[in-house]
Design a protein. Structure first.
Lengths: 326, 1206
């Protein structure tokens, strides 16, 4: 059997401004699960070229964003060339930053985008859809009986315009329940929200303690002027919350969710405030049904939506498929 | 013509329908007649079309946006196809610009006739790429009953409310109702549905597939827009929904819809909301029938309404239809080359690049030259375009330092490329220009040559020197090291180098050829950018002007070794090494001759060196340098940076000298060590000394090497131009630019930007750490600094209106009030440059503007405020605009302060030139309050320039013999006994008249009294009824100190004539406005001088920082009874001879007031005398009057006292 391919995981920009460096760690854990610990090296971008030259991995994968112009990806590419390696980029902020997709052209051998609708809009010849995922080490929680959960409905996130609009419409309803709607930027006039940030583990704990977790997409473009693409693929919170064991209310702005979780049995889709009200009623009237959804979602996420699964997909598409499970 | 190799371009860089272009490309690739399809962006469309051997151009969208680029692409293609999608709204523009295409397709049937037979109808369609979903046959699997996705026009919201209210049951609806601020949030009767979301087309197809009914509602226009044309052909949503398996109910659909789908069997077309409600109810009640209709519609789509079908029809018609192109753009036999550069000879002082780029004009007429370069004065920035019959100035950005992109300049550049039919861009420098311009040229299909005069593509520090002046080898340096260097040397924030590098990587990819003078520079560039293919680097030896000297003008002294140091004496040229070397060799008979400008910092250090060993020749005329070098033995070229050629090395060889060069850059490539010169390490004076001694002590070796030098040959100008022309020809052949002559198309909107070309940057500058998000883009690129808003222009009148003219005038002395609390000038700008204080005689060429306020007089705000300009011929009035100044109100009783602001810009074109006194006149309470002599300016509108022109050294033309005089009419410099005196900080505005009317360029010459090549600049010329006026405004900074005579040359070549003036000028070496002379001024009678002990004031005596060894003396002197003084002069003896410092007449109204004698108003002096003379004694001060010379005793003692000399 040929030795496992060696993979170096890095970021696409400097750690000093990287608020998503966690994803790099999650992915490296995923790779370790697939290829074994020794095959994986993790380095921030600042240290990656040196490590590439020293370790000569088979694959270098940069995770993140192509927005910052000061990222020395050219230096990374040079090191990859010198080492005879291949450079993959996993860009996880599409479509919100797709104006910068042009940068991938001369840099990457293969590109992965988190968003399916963004993929055909790349000019790069080798682009694939790869949603983000959940990291069991961080996000997985034991399933708690629904009746014991202290939070009726949980949400945590930045108060984008679409989220404020939705919560405002549902505010009267939500304020009657023991909800925990957290994050930053919530306006004062909302009764049901609290401006409070959570880290990844706290987020998982909150979800695990929630009968329902609301899933509202993002509507904030950083660099999406050229095509104004709407997002199609659910965000990473979908997979993380599933691992944490909460049934999710997915606010529908696309139906790709149905390819990831089975509607009704693994996730609840909502299209109206009325749907949210009905789900809240059910969370108290049918705790067993809600727990079943949470359990099914958790199982599905562990099967299909972990970073190990994504790592395996990356290796497949790069022609470096690792040893199969079992 | 088959198979087709197609370039497909979405004509809108900003589009919400990019997926349709992808769908068309997908369909084209399936067509058997198509070999290849390339989907391009505006930035690379032409380049890819040419380099990938494509033959067919399909423009999808419209013909208006970036029409010149589309027109050029169409001209390059064997077959050009336009498929418009915005008709009927854009039909006028599409008609206008579509004449560039062979065949036109419009998505709108109703406008086909408008194209006059040139267009065919081609509706949009559906694509298996995004919408191919089978109809759900199990009714239970549908997630929604009703889907509506569309803008929330009020009529649609009303329809939805009506339909949902009357629906047979609570429908499971999915609604997306995007809105904007004009139509407002949709007010649904049922507020529950979440309607503010959007999805991509693939998701739309999923929704359609998952909905039992897909509803289409019309958009009802308001009355105001009823006349607006609306289309008859349905949008692509019709076909997409059908392919996605959706069942469609359409309200008020255009009848044309029935041509695509059958009502009742494939779709339901309903006249109104009630009919739609009935159709929906029926569909929900009869799922089998509904599903059958959806199946039928999908089958119809697969059979007729895919992009495959549209593409097939397009190619069928294109093959069988004669071209409808009108006057397609053509190639021209004479090509135009745009030289993009940072400066041009005749503007700011320059060097070899400025000289060289003018040499390339020798390629005309085959390659007609155009020059585009920035003009920077103060904070002002403009672009100048100059050519044989072109002289244009473009107002541009406030500043371009470190700029990656500037949308305004990019648009200007695009317009120049197209409207001036540019075939090739030859970049000499990108300093002070947005780095994006080569990318814009590439987008326009114009090939780009970049001349590697230095290392600017590699680093902003283009000499590659670190803070200590040492070579910094940046190839292979890490990002952190580069950051450290930029932070250390320039203060740029971390990441700056990476930002510049990232962008430059794209810039170099847009350049078609890099010209290097020797292999080194090209190789170094490729070391930094390995992605540059070797074949893009073209070596063309730089020109070495001059001819070999066969008979030395000065015989070599066999007992001395003479070493020439040629070129600027500056740190990067090895000045420190030379200075050390001079000291090292002090015991040997080795002397050094310094040819060229000596950097300010070295002047003092050179003064102390013995003159028999160090000779400063000073600035030289490049055409004479070879002759000047004759007699020297060795030349030093000890640059500390990797030079790209060094012209002076060739000149030294031509003069027969043995060069010693540093082992950096091009120098070691050109010199064979110990054969025709020596190569030494940089910063190694000891090594240089060893070589000098080797030659000095071994004269045979010196002779042998000189003999080797004499065999050196250099590229001729003809060969150089031929090599350049060959490069141009090759690139133009590979990237031909058809030029359009159809006014309807060329009078387009030129607005191509870097963003349109497909490249986005975080910020305007690479030194900026910010990242502009969509909400601030592209506004953030225009400028990070708010440019100063220029005041509104106000007109000039030659009289006040009668109502104000008849009022009594009272003096109002602002100087007695307190600036900033009683009055203030917030902004005062002359020629767009902010000035501090109140000017006294500053030269103005274009305009002046001011903004300020004066506190209310007697609590009343002025009725009007005027600027009164009193000049040499007449007086003009400009009524300033009143400006509300709420910021000045100090309390409820002070309302009048809010109305005391004034502002205005006065353009001076057409005014007689001369000195003007400006009064601020306010009309208040029935009187005019006049603040007289508010400031003084010298208006020079006839100079014909927007910025002063510097004197250029080294007039290379032949000075013809004199053929007539010109009469000096007016100028602004003060006179010192017959000669004008100029300081380096002066602007000289000069105007003269002549009877001559012959056409021709006018060149002003300053002929040095000491001999040598004249300095020159181009003067403006205006026709007068019986002659001509010559005028110029000259910056005096670059003029070497000395005495000159002013001449004009009219015309060029052998027919040029020389016109004399009586004007003589002295450029003073220091700060004192005086000239040094060996002869006394006229009227000076030393021996009959009356000696007085007092009668004046020495205000100041101190060393002149700008003129070493001289003491500048400022004061006034006056003896009553003789009338006004003519000249003030200091006299002393130096080396046994008399010397004089003759001061210009300095106005001293204070002295006149003090003495109550108006004759004393010009009693001031400003002169400089040698400190040495003051120390040895004998400096006297005289004043010449018409009938008497007066000596003011005690002058030297006063000066010595102020200097503390005992």
């Amino acid at each position: 059997m040929s030795p496992a391919p060696r993979v170096l995981v890095t970021s696409t920009f400097r750690d000093s401004i990287n608020t998503n460096a966690g994803i790099r760690t999650y992915l490296s854990e995923g790779f370790r699960e697939v290829l074994g610990t020794d095959a994986i090296t993790v380095r921030p971008l600042e240290l990656a070229p040196e490590a590439v030259l020293e370790l000569r991995p088979d694959l270098v994968i940069g995770v993140g964003s192509l927005v910052p112009d000061d990222a020395d990806l050219r230096g990374l590419r040079r090191a990859v060339d010198a080492a005879g390696s291949r450079l993959a980029l996993w860009l996880h902020d599409d479509p919100y930053e797709i104006d910068y997709a042009f940068k991938a052209g001369p840099l990457a051998d293969i590109v992965f985008s988190n968003d399916s609708w963004s993929v055909p809009h790349y000019r790069h010849p080798n682009v694939h859809h790869l949603p983000l995922a959940g990291a069991p080490k961080i996000h997985l929680r034991d399933l708690k009986p629904v009746e014991e959960r202290g939070i009726a409905l949980f949400f945590c996130g930045v108060a984008y315009g679409n989220r404020i609009d939705l919560i405002r419409r549902a505010d009267a309803l939500l304020a009657r329940h023991a909800v925990s709607i957290l994050g930053s930027g919530w306006p004062d006039d909302l009764r049901s929200t609290t401006n409070r940030r959570l880290d990844a583990k706290q987020m998982a704990d909150h979800a695990a303690d929630a009968r329902l977790t609301l899933n509202i997409g993002r509507d904030l473009d950083i660099a999406n002027r050229r095509y104004g693409l709407p997002a199609a693929t659910p965000g990473p919170r979908t997979f993380e919350v599933a691992l944490s064991g909460s049934a999710q209310l997915y606010v529908v702005s696309g139906l790709e969710i149905g390819t990831m979780f089975e509607p009704d049995s693994e996730i609840l889709l909502v299209d109206s405030v009325r749907d949210i009200a009905l789900a809240l009623e059910r969370a108290y009237d049918d705790p067993a049904g809600i727990l079943a959804i949470a359990a099914a979602a958790q199982a599905r996420a562990l099967k299909d939506h972990t970073y190990a699964v994504r790592a395996r997909r990356i290796l497949d598409l790069c022609g470096l498929a690792g040893p199969s499970e079992g | 013509m088959a198979p087709y190799a197609i370039l497909l371009l979405d004509t809108e860089p900003l589009t919400r329908n990019a997926y349709i272009t992808l769908a068309i490309a997908d369909a084209l690739r399936r067509d058997p007649r198509v070999a290849r399809v390339v989907v391009a962006d505006h930035g690379d469309a032409i380049a890819r079309f040419q380099t990938e051997g494509l033959d067919t151009f399909i423009a999808f969208g419209g013909a208006r946006t970036h029409a010149p680029l589309l027109t050029r692409l169409a001209a390059l293609a064997k077959l050009s196809i336009l498929w418009t999608t915005e008709d009927p709204y854009e039909v006028d523009n599409n008609l206008r610009f579509s004449t560039a295409f062979d065949i036109v397709f419009t998505n709108e049937r109703s406008v086909v006739e408008a194209y006059g037979g040139r267009a065919h109808h081609l509706p949009l369609a559906a694509s298996p790429l995004f919408q191919d979903l089978p109809v759900l046959r199990d009714d239970a699997r549908y997630r929604y009953d009703l889907l509506f996705i569309g803008t929330a026009w009020p009529n649609r919201v009303r329809s939805l409310n009506a339909i949902l209210a009357k629906a047979p049951r609570q429908l499971k609806v999915k609604l997306a109702l995007p809105y904007n601020e004009f139509i407002g949030k949709p007010a649904l009767d049922d507020p529950s549905p979440l309607v503010d979301w959007r999805c991509g087309n693939a998701d739309f197809a999923r929704f359609a597939n998952a909905s039992r009914v897909v509803l289409t509602l019309p958009r009802a226009f308001s009355n105001a827009s009823a006349a607006r044309a609306s289309g008859t052909t349905p949008p692509p949503r019709l076909f997409e929904t059908a392919l996605a398996g959706g069942f469609q109910v359409m309200v008020s659909a255009e009848p044309e819809t029935g041509d695509y789908y059958a009502d009742g069997s494939e779709v339901r077309l309903c006249a109104d909301d009630d009919a739609a409600l009935a159709a929906i109810a029926e569909a929900l009640a009869e799922p089998e029938r509904r599903i059958a209709m959806a199946e039928a519609a999908r089958a119809r789509t697969l059979a007729e309404h895919l992009y495959d079908h549209r593409v097939a029809r397009m190619l069928d018609l294109a093959a069988g239809t004669p071209s409808a192109r009108v006057a397609p753009p053509t190639l021209r036999s004479r090509k135009t080359v745009l030289y993009l550069t940072h400066n041009r000879a005749g503007r700011r002082p320059g060097g070899g690049v400025e000289v060289y780029q003018e040499v390339l004009t020798g390629l005309a007429p085959d390659y007609e030259p155009l020059f585009l370069f920035p003009v920077l004065t103060g904070g002002e920035y403009e672009l100048r375009l100059e050519g044989r019959s072109v002289s244009e100035t473009f107002a541009a950005a406030p500043a371009t330092h470190h700029t990656l992109t500037d949308p305004g300049i990019e648009g200007i550049f695009e317009e120049i490329l197209f409207r001036h039919a540019v075939d090739l861009v030859h970049v000499h420098h990108l300093l002070h220009l947005p780095l994006s311009l080569p990318l814009i040229a590439k987008a326009c299909g114009v090939p780009v040559v970049y001349h590697l005069h230095d290392h600017y593509l590699v680093s902003e520090r283009f000499l590659l020197l670190d803070r200590n002046g040492r070579f910094e080898d940046v190839v292979g340096r890490s990002r952190d090291e580069r950051d450290a260097s930029l932070l250390d040397a320039e203060g740029h924030p971390p990441g700056s180098g990476a930002r510049r590098d990232l962008f430059m990587t794209q810039v170099v990819s847009a350049i078609d050829a890099f010209v290097t003078s020797t292999p080194f520079t090209g190789a170094y560039l490729r070391g930094y950018y390995p992605e540059i293919p070797a074949e893009k680097v073209v070596e063309i030896e730089m020109l070495t002007p001059g001819e070999a000297v066969t008979s030395p003008a000065e015989q070599t002294r066999s007992d001395w070794l003479t070493v020439a140091v040629v070129g600027n004496f500056a740190p990067h040229k090895g000045a420190e090494t030379v200075l050390t070397l001079i000291r090292l060799t002090q015991d040997y008979p080795i002397r050094f001759k310094l040819f060229g400008h000596v950097d300010q910092r070295y002047r003092g250090r050179l003064v102390d060196l013995p003159s028999e060993r160090v000779v400063q020749v000073g600035a030289y005329d490049q055409t004479n340098i070879v002759a000047l070098l004759a007699g020297c033995d060795v030349s030093l070229h000890l640059s500390t940076w990797p030079e790209t050629f060094v012209i002076s090395l060739g000149e030294a060889w031509l003069a027969g000298l043995v060069p010693i060069v540093t082992d950096l850059g091009a120098l070691p490539e050109r010199v064979s060590d110990d054969v025709d010169g020596f190569v030494v390490p940089p910063d190694a004076p000891g090594a240089v000394m060893q070589r000098l001694l080797a030659l000095h002590l071994d004269r045979e070796r010196l002779a042998r090497m000189k003999a080797a030098v004499r065999t050196k040959r250099f590229i001729t100008k003809e060969a150089h131009l031929a090599a350049t022309a060959a490069l141009y020809a090759r690139l133009i052949d590979a990237h031909p630019c058809p030029h359009d002559r159809v006014p309807d198309r060329t009078s387009a909107d030129y607005s191509l930007t870097l963003f349109d070309a497909g490249i986005r940057v975080n910020a305007r500058r690479w030194t900026s750490t910010g990242i502009a998000w969509d909400s601030h883009y592209p506004a953030a690129l225009v400028s990070e600094a708010t440019p100063e808003v220029e005041a509104t222009r106000v007109s000039l009148e030659d009289a006040l209106p009668p109502a104000h003219a008849d009022l009594p005038e009272t003096l109002f002395d602002l100087d007695r009030l307190t600036a900033s609390s009683d009055w203030y000038l917030d902004r005062f700008r002359l020629d767009r440059q902010t000035v501090a204080g109140r000017p006294d005689g500053t030269v103005v060429l274009r305009d002046l503007s001011l903004r300020g306020w004066v506190r209310p007089v007697s609590g009343k705000a002025p009725e009007a405020t005027y600027l009164r300009l009193s000049g040499p011929e007449t007086t003009f009035y400009a009524r300033l605009t009143r400006e509300g100044r709420q910021d000045l109100v100090r309390g409820p009783e002070d309302w009048a302060s809010a109305e005391t602001g004034f502002t205005g810009r006065v353009a001076i074109a057409g005014l007689p030139s001369g000195l003007y006194a400006a009064d601020l006149v306010q009309v208040v309470a029935g009187q005019r309050l006049a603040s007289q002599d508010f400031f003084r300016v010298y208006l020079a509108p006839n100079a014909g320039v927007e910025h002063p022109s510097p004197w250029q050294p080294g007039w290379s033309g032949t000075v013809p013999s004199a053929s007539g005089p010109v009469r000096a009419v007016r100028q602004n410099l003060p006179e010192a006994a017959g000669s004008l005196v100029a300081l380096g900080s002066d602007v000289w505005a000069f105007e003269a008249e002549t009877d001559l009317t012959e056409p021709g360029t006018v060149t002003a010459l300053l002929i040095p009294a000491a001999g040598g090549a004249p300095h020159w600049l181009r003067a403006a010329r205006q026709a007068l009824p019986d002659g001509s006026r010559f005028a110029f405004a000259a910056a005096m900074e670059t003029l070497e100190p000395g005495a000159y005579a002013l001449r004009f040359v009219l015309g060029d070549g052998p027919d040029a004539c020389l016109l004399t003036t009586e004007t003589e000028l002295v450029r003073a070496p220091g700060s004192a406005r005086a000239r040094l002379a060996a002869l006394p001024p006229p009227g000076f009678r030393r021996f009959l001088a009356k000696r007085v002990k007092s009668g004046g004031s020495l205000d100041q005596a101190r060393p002149d920082a700008a003129d070493t060894g001289m003491i500048r003396c400022i004061g006034w002197a006056f003896q009553p009874g003789y009338g006004p003084p003519l000249t003030t002069v200091a006299a002393w003896r130096e080396g046994g001879r008399h010397r004089y410092a003759i001061s210009a007449a300095i106005a001293r109204p204070d002295a006149a007031a003090h003495l109550s004698d108006p004759a004393a108003s010009v009693s001031g002096y400003d002169l400089a005398v040698p400190e040495a003379a003051l120390r040895t004694g004998g400096v006297r001060l005289y004043q010449c009057y018409a009938s008497r010379t007066v000596e003011f005793g005690g002058f030297q003692a006063k000066v010595r006292a102020q200097l503390g000399i005992g």
